[in-house]
Unconditional design. Sequence first.
Length: 177
Amino acid sequence: MRLSSLDLPLLLDSLSARVLLGGLLLAGISYTLYRLMLPQPLEDIPYNLSATNRIFGDLPDVKAYGSLTDWLAKQTIKHNSPLFQAFIRPFGKPWVVVADHYEASDICMHRLKEFDRGAASTSLFHCVVPGAHITLKSSDPQFKKNKELVRNLMTPSFLNEVEFITQSNSDERLTLF
């Protein structure tokens, strides 16, 4: 099959149209994927607006500040709120930081069904002490068994009669060296 001189412009137009269409499609898909990778804030909880426009969220700010804990402490002042969200893990859910002692205590002691240990905190201890109480979610059956085992270890009578004596003996041995 031989192309005539009239078919060449149509072929070029068709080829350039395909390339243009393919480029637009690729750009559209890339932009959509980029928007999906950006951090998604939770409603009504303060956050850094600039972090929602970066894939790595608050990480560049934390790195520039130098210390994660100091940066988190600064955020309570910046947002003028004891509750805020930080985007620390790329492509992950935001961290909700509660800087109010009474609210944090209430959550940890009375509202375990609403709030549970996060994967980030349990994974820190899991490689060191797998199966320990601190690595288990409250929905895990092993959590309830462990809780039952250690329940009596924090009673005032146990702490006064057993732990105090053991601790004071250890202190005496330490001072002898």
